[in-house]
Design a protein around this ligand. Structure first.
Ligand SMILES: NC(=O)c1ccc[n+]([C@@H]2O[C@H](COP(=O)([O-])OP(=O)(O)OC[C@H]3O[C@@H](n4cnc5c(N)ncnc54)[C@H](OP(=O)(O)O)[C@@H]3O)[C@@H](O)[C@H]2O)c1
Length: 248
C-alpha cells in the first residue's frame, strides 16, 4: 500500500525490473514506521514473502499481502516463537522522532528490541540479519549512536551473518527540513579536511534507503557487511545494473 507520490514513483520504477531470482522469507520488526512502510510494498513487488511484527493498532498501516503477527518486540520469546521459517530478519524498531533528550528511551526501546531480536536470531540460526543503524561516528546524538554501536557489537559477538545499514538523516515525505543544509554539505564534501565526515553523514533519500535494504535482502552475506551513506546512495543503480546484466 504505497503512502505517497514518491512511494508510487519508486514502485513504478521497481516494476520495470525483473523479479528477484530468489524469493526470500522476510521477518520485519518495526515495519509500520516511516522506512518500513516505504520498504514493504517494494519487497512484495520484488516477490518476497513478509511476516511483520506489529503493535496493536498499527496493523492498518500494512498491505493485505503482509502476514501480520503480534507480540512484544522487547522480548526474545516473541521472536523465538514467530520468526521461523524466515531466512531474513529486518530490524527497524526505534523510538519515534529521535532527539538528544531521549537517551533513556533509546536504551529502553531501541537497545532492548535489537538485543532480544539479535539473541533469538543467533539461537535459531537466522541466515541473514539486517539492522538499520546510523552513520557513525558523529558529533551529535551521542546516546542514540551509543545504542546503535552497542547493538552492532552484539551482532558481531553473536556471529550473525549481517548487513548493517548506516544512514544519517533520511529525506522523504514529511522529513525534508535538512535540505536547507545541502549547500553546507556541498562545501564540506569539497574541502579535503571535512570531506570524509560530509560523505559519512550525508543525506540519503527514503528511496535510496529502501533500495539499499532491498539490495541487502537479495544479496545475503557471510560475516558482516557495513553499508554507509555513499553505498546507500548508489543502491538503486546497483539493482538496475544487476537487472540489466541478467536480462542481457
Ligand atoms: N528515519 C531516519 O532518518 C533514520 C535514520 C537512521 C536510523 N533510523 C532508524 O531506523 C529505524 C526505522 O526508522 P523509521 O524512521 O522508520 O522510524 P519510525 O517511523 O519511528 O518507526 C519505528 C518503528 O518502531 C516501532 N516501535 C517503536 N516503539 C516500539 C515499541 N516499544 N514496541 C514495538 N514497536 C515499536 C514503531 O511501531 P508503531 O508504528 O506501532 O509505532 C514503528 O514500526 C529506527 O530505529 C530509526 O531510529 C532512522
Amino acid at each position: 500500500m504505497p503512502a505517497s507520490i514518491s512511494d508510487i514513483r519508486l514502485l513504478l520504477r521497481v516494476k520495470t525490473l525483473p523479479k528477484a531470482a530468489n524469493s526470500r522469507r522476510v521477518f520485519i520488526a518495526g515495519g509500520t514506521g516511516y522506512i518500513g512502510t516505504g520498504l514493504i510494498p517494494i519487497l512484495l513487488e520484488r516477490g518476497h514473502r513478509i511476516r511483520a511484527l506489529v503493535c496493536p493498532g498499527s496493523k492498518a498501516k500494512l498491505a493485505a499481502e503482509v502476514e501480520v503477527v503480534s507480540g512484544d518486540a522487547l522480548d526474545a520469546n516473541t521472536y523465538r516463537q514467530l520468526i521461523r521459517p524466515a531466512d531474513t530478519f529486518i530490524h527497524l524498531v526505534g523510538v519515534s522522532r529521535p532527539s538528544p533528550s531521549k537517551g533513556a528511551e533509546f536504551r529502553a526501546v531501541d537497545l532492548v528490541a535489537a538485543r532480544e531480536a539479535i539473541d533469538a536470531c543467533a539461537e535459531l540460526g537466522m541466515q541473514h540479519f539486517i539492522y538499520l543503524s546510523v552513520a557513525q561516528p558523529a558529533p551529535v546524538m551521542k546516546h542514540y549512536i551509543a545504542v546503535r554501536a552497542e547493538c552492532e557489537r552484539r551482532i558481531q559477538e553473536r556471529h550473525l551473518n549481517s548487513t548493517i545499514v548506516r544512514p544519517w538523516y533520511v529525506l522523504g515525505p514529511g522529513h525534508r527540513w535538512p535540505v536547507v543544509l545541502l549547500p553546507f554539505y556541498k562545501l564540506g564534501e569539497w574541502l579535503p579536511f571535512t570531506r570524509a565526515a560530509a560523505l559519512r553523514l550525508g543525506l540519503a533519500t527514503l528511496d535510496q534507503v529502501v533500495l539499499a535494504l532491498v539490495e541487502a535482502v537479495e544479496s545475503p552475506v557471510q560475516g558482516t557487511r557495513i553499508v554507509g551513506v555513499p553505498e546507500i546512495r548508489s543502491a538503486g543503480l546497483n539493482l538496475t545494473r544487476e537487472a540489466q546484466r541478467k536480462t542481457a
